[in-house]
Design a protein around this ligand. Structure first.
Ligand SMILES: C[S@@+](CC[C@H](N)C(=O)[O-])C[C@H]1O[C@@H](n2cnc3c(N)ncnc32)[C@H](O)[C@@H]1O
Length: 413
């Protein structure tokens, strides 16, 4: 069964190397002809792009009654830069570390929800592939997700949070940009922490989120948006406050979301994450959502005021968005851990190219190489450079067993 290759020290943040780390001389001629950059029609077996209607009963009912979540403490790149939302104590070194704190669900939380709501779902193969919460195929997809990081064209890894998503949050936090009135898109968002981080920075930013699987959008993306914006645990009494052996100081003056964290002193512990830092080792508590459809509808309406959720394959997404002019397009496009399959590079690149505003930028966070699947950042960069439309620059890199980078794309002058 395929698993991405990650190492134990993947969350160690080096000093950012803001210089372009790639040797441009190495960018050989592309073997792929330019005309192949056009997006091919969606094969019938791929999920077609569409807008997810958050107000449907299916979508409302996929929200759990009890929302289990974790706290992800993401170390900021430049300690002391004022980019942090909290200070956490690293229990191994005993040192204070400035972190951005976001709430997130994980795969186990989702499985727990499904198991509670459908007796047919367990650790074994599902008895049937339908479930009122996940919809047709959802149970099957979740069972697969427990065993494999991705099943191409079926499940693309969005139920977990991957390391580069945390890099992207750390990088965005360091940039301290003003997002007021901006339009942002996160492609292949999964748990969507980068897009959600941007959402928490402004009441007037629009952040659209896209994932291949509607189940990911319903069970992880939407709950994560709610947890970090309109249904924040620090504004509501958690149903279970059993994890009390932890320690975190929340800064009064640098809150995550517009002044709402005044006197909070939460009891969390920052533990240096282990093998899969993005997917575990964080505090787990639970929160009760409104159980009436009206209550959920009201929450979802708040999400809709700033975000649209798109599902399905990248091919067809730009047509679906039907931009009238350049102003309709996005100021910032974010994407993390989405270049692992080289055969998807052209359609991902075409989506970025055709939905980014002139003067905007795209940030692609990725590992330099994906063992087992073959995608790599160099070949993605070659594709872009061959097209000749964008300048590319590595704006962040972290040494680890597999090196991680953030590639910035801006239109050539
Ligand atoms: C490994 S996950 C990364 C999720 C998230 N960005 C993160 O870093 O935690 C890869 C994501 O890419 C998206 N993806 C992969 N291939 C896709 C395709 N052909 N069309 C649309 N989305 C795709 C999936 O939605 C999936 O969530």
């Amino acid at each position: 069964m395929f698993k991405f290759n990650f190492s134990a020290n993947d969350l160690e943040f080096d000093d950012p190397e803001l210089a372009n780390q790639q040797d441009d001389d190495q960018l050989d001629e592309l073997s792929t002809p330019l005309e192949s950059l056009s997006v091919s029609p969606t094969p019938s077996n791929l999920v077609p792009a569409s807008l997810l209607d958050l107000q449907t009963e299916t979508c409302l009912h996929s929200l759990p009654l009890t929302l289990h979540y974790e706290l992800a403490h993401i170390p900021v790149l430049n300690q002391g830069s004022g980019a942090a939302s909290a200070i956490a104590i690293d229990t191994k070194t005993g040192k204070e570390q400035e972190v951005v704190t976001l709430y997130k669900r994980n795969l186990e939380d989702v499985k727990f929800q499904i198991a509670q709501e459908d007796d047919n779902f367990g650790d074994d193969e599902p008895q049937n592939a339908t479930n009122t919460v996940t919809g047709p195929g959802g149970v099957e997809m979740l069972a697969l997700a427990g065993k494999s990081d991705l099943v191409k064209g079926v499940y693309e890894g969005g139920l977990k949070t991957w390391e580069c998503a945390l890099d992207l949050v750390a990088y965005l936090a360091e940039q301290k940009e003003n997002y007021d009135g901006k339009k942002v898109l996160e492609l292949g968002c999964g748990s969507a922490l980068p897009g959600i981080y941007v959402l928490t920075r402004s009441d007037t930013v629009k952040v659209d989120l896209q994932d291949y699987n509607d189940q990911v959008l319903k069970l992880v993306t939407l709950p994560n948006v709610l947890l970090n914006t309109h249904w924040r645990p620090d504004q509501h009494q958690p149903a279970d406050e059993s994890d009390e052996d932890e320690e975190i100081d929340t800064k009064d003056d640098q809150d995550v979301a517009d002044g709402d964290q005044d006197d909070d002193e939460e009891d969390d512990e920052f533990e240096e994450p282990e093998a899969d830092p993005a997917d575990g080792d964080f505090v787990s508590v639970e929160l009760d959502l409104p159980d009436s459809d009206e209550g959920k509808r009201a929450l979802v309406s708040k999400v809709e005021a700033q975000s649209r959720l798109f599902m399905g394959d990248w091919s067809g997404l730009v047509e679906l968005m039907a931009f009238n002019n350049d102003e309709d397009k996005y100021d910032l496009i974010l994407t993390s851990e989405t270049i692992y399959a080289e055969e998807s590079h052209a359609k991902l690149y075409a989506t970025i190219k055709n939905s980014l505003k002139r003067g905007g930028k795209a940030l692609v966070a990725a590992k330099t190489f994906y063992f087992g699947v073959g995608g790599d950042i160099l070949s993605f960069r070659r594709l872009i450079e061959k097209d000749g439309v964008f300048d590319t620059k590595v704006v962040f890199s972290a040494q680890a067993f597999v090196r991680r980078e953030i590639l910035e794309l801006t239109f050539k002058a």
